[in-house]
Design a binder for this molecule. Structure first.
Ligand SMILES: Cc1cc2nc3c(=O)[nH]c(=O)nc-3n(C[C@H](O)[C@H](O)[C@H](O)COP(=O)(O)O)c2cc1C
Length: 194
C-alpha cells in the first residue's frame, strides 16, 4: 500500500489552503477506492496541517543529512515523513514564490524525502501559483524528491471559495485523479531505491 502524505503549505489565519487540501484529500481517496484491487486500498492518506504541526523555524544545530536530531519535534517530523511513500504539497503563491512554512518544513529533514514522488497542487491568482511551483522545483530535487508530471493548478482561488469552503470542478478532479495514479505508480517504481 502506498502511503500518501498531503502537506498544507499555508499556516496563516484566514487561509484557504486547508480547505483546498481537504478537497484534494477527498479526491485522492475517491481515486484510491475506485482503483481498488483485490479488495484492498492501493493507498492511505496522511494530511499534515503545518499550522497544527507548529514547527519552529529550523532550530537544529546539525545538517539534517546527519540525522543527529536534538529536538523532539524534529524526531517526530522525521518519523512521520519517513512513513510516507509519496508527497503532495498544497502550495499557495506568495510574492511569486511559495510559502515559507513549506520551505521550513522541507529544510528540517533530508534523506527522509529521498526517492519519493512529489506532486504540487498550486493555487493563486491569474497564474494559479505556478511561479511558486517553479521556485519549489530546485528545492524538491535537492532533497531527492522526484516530481511527477501532473500539476493540478487552481487560478483565481478567491472566486472558488464559498463560505470558506473550496469549490473544485470536474476538470480539476480529473487532474487530481491522474496525479494520484502517477504518485502510486511512481512510488511503486521507486520502492527499490527507498
Ligand atoms: C503575502 C502574500 C503574497 C501573495 N502573493 C501572491 C502572488 O505573488 N501571486 C498570486 O497569484 N497571489 C498572491 N497572493 C494571493 C494568494 O494567492 C491568496 O491570498 C491565497 O489565498 C493564499 O493562500 P492561503 O489563503 O492558503 O494563505 C498573496 C497572498 C499573500 C498573503
Amino acid at each position: 500500500m502506498t502511503r500518501i502524505m498531503i502537506i498544507v503549505g499555508s499556516v496563516r489565519p484566514g487561509r484557504v489552503g486547508l480547505s483546498v487540501a481537504e478537497w484534494v484529500r477527498d479526491r485522492v481517496q475517491e481515486t484510491v477506492q475506485r482503483d481498488r484491487h483485490g479488495g484492498g486500498d492501493a493507498a492511505s492518506i496522511d494530511l499534515v496541517d503545518l499550522a497544527e504541526l507548529n514547527l519552529p523555524f529550523l532550530d537544529e544545530p546539525h545538517h539534517p543529512v546527519k540525522k543527529q536530531y536534538t529536538k523532539p519535534h524534529t524526531v517526530a517530523w522525521s518519523e512521520r515523513v519517513s512513513a510516507a511513500d509519496a508527497i503532495v504539497l498544497v502550495s499557495p503563491e506568495y510574492n511569486h514564490s511559495y510559502s515559507p512554512a513549506l520551505k521550513n518544513a522541507i529544510d528540517f529533514l533530508f534523506t527522509e524525502w529521498a526517492h519519493k514522488p512529489v506532486a504540487v497542487v498550486s493555487y493563486g491568482g491569474a497564474s494559479a501559483g505556478t511561479r511558486g511551483v517553479a521556485a519549489l522545483d530546485p528545492v524538491l530535487s535537492t532533497v531527492g524528491l522526484v516530481k511527477i508530471a501532473a500539476n493540478p493548478e487552481i487560478n483565481f482561488i478567491g472566486s472558488k471559495m464559498v463560505d470558506g469552503v473550496f469549490q473544485g470542478d470536474d476538470k480539476l478532479a480529473g487532474t487530481v485523479a491522474a496525479m494520484t495514479t502517477q504518485l502510486i505508480e511512481t512510488a511503486e517504481a521507486l520502492t527499490p531505491l527507498r
